[in-house]
Design a protein around this ligand. Structure first.
Ligand code: SME
Length: 172
């Protein structure tokens, strides 16, 4: 997909996401809808979804579309873990070159992982997109995906993610 087609597709999907989220108050419904719209829009998207933060250093899969994903990922492992640790978007042009990459599916060749924050700036999830093509993701993906993920900051994340502020203890 060339750059202009990618930009055009993101602009269309952003409009669809805005329309769907406009009157929505449920975080899970919002996450599922974002996954669906992005996964359907891009042929290069092989696995599209969230890993929710369910502990101080643990992620749990879902919601997502694609082949079976690893269920649990700690912050020490993989691209998702590196994103969660650094709270920065990570673009990996060739997953075989990334130390510790978790190969949930051998067809995965490149990926982008974007951090997701609540309105207080706490990490609540990472958003992971895998492609079966090398070098599928670039600054256009970063810009649009970070913008889309920032729209989740207005939802109440408490039912779906670990919150240290809930009662001061870790929730499994
Ligand atoms: N690519 C991830 C693992 C999850 S999946 O690919 C669905 C990683 O290395 O963090």
């Amino acid at each position: 997909m060339n750059r202009q087609s990618k930009v055009d597709t993101y602009q269309r999907v952003v409009q669809e996401i805005e329309a769907v989220l406009e009157s929505e108050t449920d975080l899970l419904a919002a996450m599922v809808s974002i996954v669906c719209l992005l996964h359907q829009a891009f042929d290069a998207y092989f696995w599209t979804g969230f890993y929710r933060r369910v502990g101080p250093d643990r992620l749990l899969v879902g919601p997502y579309q694609g082949t079976l994903g690893c269920l649990h990922i700690t912050f020490e492992r993989g691209v998702c873990g590196a994103c969660a640790r650094s709270t920065q978007t990570i673009i990996v042009p060739d997953v075989h070159e990334f130390p510790g990459h978790i190969a949930c599916d051998p067809n995965s060749k490149s990926e982008i992982v974007v951090p997701v924050f609540d309105r207080g700036g706490e990490l609540i999830a990472v958003f992971d997109v895998d492609s079966d093509q090398y070098g599928a993701f670039d600054e256009v993906d970063r810009r649009y995906l970070e913008s889309i993920m920032s729209r989740l900051a207005r939802f109440d994340a408490a039912p779906l993610v670990w919150r240290s502020s809930v009662d001061g203890r870790l929730v499994d």
